[in-house]
Write a protein that binds this ligand. Sequence first.
Ligand SMILES: *Cc1c(COP(=O)(O)O)cnc(C)c1O
Length: 350
Amino acid sequence: MQTIINPISKSRIDEIDFENLTFGRSFADHMLVAEYADGAWQSVTIQPYGPLSYQPAMMSLHYGQAIFEGMKAYRSKNDEILVFRPEENFKRFNKSALRMCMPEVPEEIFLGGLKQLLQLDKAWVPAKEGCSLYIRPFMFATDEYVGVSPSTTYKFIIFNCPVGSYYAKPLRVRVETNYIRAAKGGVGFSKNAGNYGGSLYPTQLANKDGYDQIIWTDAATHEFVEEAGTMNLMFVINGALVTAPTGDTILDGVTRKSVLQIAKDWGLKVEERQLSVKELVQGIKDGSVTEAFGAGTAAVIAPICTIGYDGQDYNLPERKESDFSSKVYKEINQIRLGEVEDTRNWIFKV
Ligand SMILES: *Cc1c(COP(=O)(O)O)cnc(C)c1O
């Protein structure tokens, strides 16, 4: 499909303070907009980022057919624009789409369109260390109809935000044993908007008690740990990397997948298994749990310093340079900046 390009008349880039970027509040000049109707993708346009107009009865606002992705582009030392594993986001996006009764987006539009968009807005990829261009692809239902059924029309959009370096202050997290994020048979594995809406209130309650994030537990028993906020959750226990297996309730994170692969390549023992809160607390007490961290695109690795459970705080050992989480963070950072050889074929060049 031919992409129609309507370029901006004057770039807004001079209005941006690249030295003081905050996450998600600055937007690059252009966005990609694709329209779906009559059972097929009809058009792809790259146009200036800006408001769109919709009817109050637009279905996605009422029944939540809305999904998204998040990935990052980096500028290498020799000025190439590199995106970290977007093929994985593309595949996951279409899994989310299927679960939410939405049409699949073809690779030509998701990855091909992304390439064209990034070529046009190349200047928006920050050069400063630690900074990147956050890429937000999303799709939503656009029928004007208040009946509950799948929409027949959709929009797929990609816009981009230059973002600053993310300082991963060690997190205080609380094990949540009342509210849930996801249940077997539910939509927890999909990146759909409602999952995040539902997580805000319990997170706010944890914040009020002095915690940064929640550790979600399984919906049926609250005995097993699942994810940390909007990140996958990982531990080093007796020298092995332990994380929950993917399934209905776990988001199949690209960072998670990458960390596991690197750990295997380094000869570390990897255990994708259920981990009970009991084993975790006992392991922190007896010193067998040496590291706890979240894994996700925003921070890559977010170390955890404290886990609250049942009114008690359990502290993890102080983070060291020689820790697995420190080393794997460094490795992923070098891969995505093109500073080490891309032996696993993870880099998408624009
Ligand atoms: C997006 C997300 C993650 C992390 O996925 P990445 O692909 O590594 O960014 C983990 N958990 C949840 C609930 C998420 O939404």
